[in-house]
Design a protein around this ligand. Sequence first.
Ligand code: 3PG
Ligand code: MG
Length: 393
Amino acid sequence: MKLTIARVDLARRRVFLRADLNTPLDHGAVSDDTRLRAVVPTIQYALNAGAAVVLASHLGRPKGKPAPEFSLRPIAERLESLLGQQLELAPDCVGPETLAKAKSLAPGQLLLLENLRFHKEEEANDDGFARSLAELADCYVDDAFAAAHRAHASIAAITKHLQPAAAGLLMEQELTALGRILESPEKPLVAILGGAKVSDKITLVEHLLEKVDALLIGGGMAFTFLRSLGHDVGRSLVESDQLDTARRTLDAARRRGVNLVLPVDAVVADGLDSRQGRTVGIREIPSGQMGLDIGPHTVERFTAALGGARTIVWNGPMGVFEQPAFAAGTLALARAVAGASAFTVIGGGDTVAAVTQAGVAQKIGYISTAGGAFLEFLEGRKLPGVEALTDAT
Ligand code: 3PG
Ligand code: MG
């Protein structure tokens, strides 16, 4: 158990709150504020508890030097309106000016630091830089679950200089929801994996095989599995260096009695730019074409496999769902997951976009704000951002 914010006395203290405010921007404006909304309860909780909050995040990958297009200015503006409270953006995340601003904060006031990744020391987990960040406050709260897989200075090294280090409300929520998948999930547990590559997901597949009752595989990665079984998949995406791994995984599933379900039909077309596809049986993919979505029979089989589930976890689209011609499978699966009488957890940007597009986000049990960290957590890996937190006694 890690220390949580509720157990820290915040009155008249300055809190360094590490959040993941890394949101997509479109022409310099926030285009999706999900991650900003997700951290609002923690900010408000700390301010109401009488703390002054020094809020910090990275944005994008500016490669260790200042770059105006990665400024947190648009984030500051959106947060101000979400909080209904004024918020100052510091000129930097360290340095004398920022330190003075942090020190002059009164209880209930909030200062947002400029992008942590404007300094290469952040990603290097540099100890001196971490100490400079630590000087800005007198306790630490981490709400950045989506960045918890990064051993960066504001996530890991800082906790050597700033104690206690507690989980924020969002961090706690994420760990509880995702923990319900790995630790004594209500059975049957069904996992659905999609996305392009087997190589990205193989560690996850191997770890999940020890936990799940059924594993449904769609998306581009399904074709490597199908190919490993000897199917002719035309020009569909196949990672030839993963064929052995795929075969071994199918064997392991059989030995463990896991019901591993692969597509039985696909929507095929000449290429990613095709306007229209055609549904064929999985053994009938024309040699010049590629599978770009799961077909209706696969949707039926997947839906049936979700029928008795008590816990469902889903990551990765079933096809190229950004294109209307290849979206039907992913959207139908989103509706099936939402309609299941199970505790459902989803994560990853594409998967969240799919349930949103299908209009069923409200019916999902828990939507993680994380992508990479979500996958690493489910792989059973220890996340630096969680390990660094103070143990609760
Ligand atoms: C993310 O969106 O994946 C997190 O904010 C971490 O960002 P990164 O992948 O650039 O480290
Ligand atoms: Mg990432």
